[in-house]
Ligand binder design. Structure first.
Ligand SMILES: [Zn+2]
Length: 178
């Protein structure tokens, strides 16, 4: 079930990345704006992906040990994906700072955002969707790898003891799959 949720969300996330990129390039390079309905859709899409992703990952990591989630993200994602999401985050911050320093509230009206606002928002979407894809990817990797107790029962990565047989779960090496 958890896996099905993550698997369903991943294409939505990729769609978000693609659409954000298109809107971003349109605004940045071509100077074009898009209707506010598309803006709302891409805004809303972040919550549609983020909320279930966070809920599912909290179940996986048991919510009590945030370190687990961090370890998970570091080890479960291919380095290019982590690199991409870092670039996305830094890019958003840079665009946001430039926007904040240069934008003088010149929204054109007519139900559309200004080009500058759109550049700023779309870089934010890019950052969020790329970041979320690393979480989704990590969640899927975890479920397919199945942390196990010495007796072979499935356990959460943060579990110290197996919920079925009570045996202690070796803490080390689990995340690395060693
Ligand atoms: Zn067990």
């Amino acid at each position: 079930m958890r896996r099905a949720i993550l698997q369903a969300l991943l294409p939505v996330c990729y769609l978000g990345i693609g659409a954000s990129l298109v809107v971003h390039l349109l605004a940045l390079v071509a100077g074009r704006t898009v209707p506010n309905s598309i803006v709302l859709l891409l805004h809303g899409g972040i919550f549609v992906v983020a909320i279930p992703t966070i809920l599912v990952l909290r179940r996986i990591t048991d919510a009590t040990r945030p370190k687990d989630l961090w370890k998970l993200l570091k080890t479960a994602n291919p380095s290019w994906l982590r690199w991409l999401s870092s670039v996305g985050a830094v890019y958003f911050v840079v665009v946001f700072v430039v926007f904040a320093m240069t934008h003088q509230g010149r929204d054109p009206g007519g139900g559309r955002m200004s080009r500058e606002t759109l550049v700023m928002f779309s870089s934010g979407w890019l950052g969020f969707y790329t970041g979320l894809s690393t979480y989704l990817y990590a969640g899927l990797r975890v479920d397919s790898r199945q942390w196990r107790c010495p007796n072979g029962h499935a356990v959460y990565p943060s579990s110290r003891y197996c919920e079925e047989c009570g045996r202690p779960v070796a803490a080390r090496g689990k995340v690395n799959g060693a």
